[in-house]
Every structure is written in C-alpha cells, then in structure tokens.
Ligand binder design. Structure first.
Ligand code: COA
Length: 111
C-alpha cells in the first residue's frame, strides 16, 4: 500500500523486514510452543524492489533447532498485480530464541 513506501515510491525495506520477522515468528512460536524473540537476522540482501500493489508472498522454512534457538529461513517473492509470474525479492535467516516468562532462554520442547 502507498503508506508503506519510501520517499522514492517503492516499498520501504523496513516494512518487508517486519513481514519477514512475523513469518519467522509464526513458525518459531509453533516450534517452541510459546514465547520467543528474534536474536539475529543474517544474510539479508534486497535483490529487486517491491512496488505498490505487488502481491508479496513469504515462505518460512525451519533450517535447524538448537537447545534454545531456531534458525528459520525466509524467502520473499513479489508478483506485479496483473502479472502471471513473480520473482524473488529477498531472503534471510532469522534466529529466534525460546523464552520463559522472565524473558530468559528456555529449552525447546521435543516435538
Ligand atoms: C534472546 C536473549 C534472551 C538471548 O540471551 P543470551 O544471553 O544471548 O542467551 P544465550 O547466550 O544463552 O543464547 C541463547 C541461544 O541463542 C543463540 N544466539 C544468541 N545470540 C545469537 C546470535 N547473535 N546469532 C545466532 N544465535 C545466537 C545461542 O547460540 C543460543 O542457542 P542454543 O541454546 O540453541 O545453543 C537476549 O539476547 C535478548 O533478550 N535479546 C533481545 C531479543 C529481542 O528483544 N528481540 C526483538 C528485537 S526488537
């Protein structure tokens, strides 16, 4: 939407990063079965701009699970409103840590 643009008229990178954090966070919550927080974002690069009106699709993949942390890869694709196909616009690894009620790391339960 236009409210999500930068001064040049393309979608603001921070908006896209927040959508990626939400996508990874949804998966982290499912894996950790509770509260967690983003501790690191690695390897993000913006390959092409997202334009107003594009359909944006995010794919989250669980890459690895540690004692208290999870590494989740997020791929983002955009398709112009009336186009048949889309293209990848960015990807990154999000590391989430499962937290207890006090905000300290907790072990991820066995699935
Ligand atoms: C998440 C937090 C509690 C972790 O505390 P910590 O003292 O670093 O905890 P630990 O050192 O025990 O690390 C916990 C896990 O995170 C991993 N980790 C910590 N920092 C990391 C980093 N920069 N990159 C990758 N993994 C990291 C550790 O390897 C460990 O994983 P494991 O248990 O699976 O082996 C603390 O860093 C924090 O509160 N950060 C702020 C989180 C936040 O507010 N996020 C939203 C930003 S607005």
């Amino acid at each position: 939407m236009p409210a999500d643009t930068n001064p040049a008229g393309d979608i603001f990178g921070g908006w896209l990063m927040s959508q990626m954090d939400l996508a990874a966070g949804n998966m982290a919550g499912r894996v950790a079965q509770g509260r967690g927080a983003t501790v690191a974002v690695e390897g993000m690069q913006f390959l092409r701009p997202v334009k107003v009106g594009d359909e944006v699709t995010l794919y989250a993949t669980l890459k690895s699970v540690g004692r208290t942390s999870m590494r989740i890869h997020v791929d983002v694709w955009a398709r112009a409103r009336f186009a048949k196909t889309g293209a990848k616009v960015t990807d990154a690894d999000f590391v989430f840590v499962a937290l207890d009620d006090a905000g300290a790391p907790r072990a991820i339960p066995d699935t």
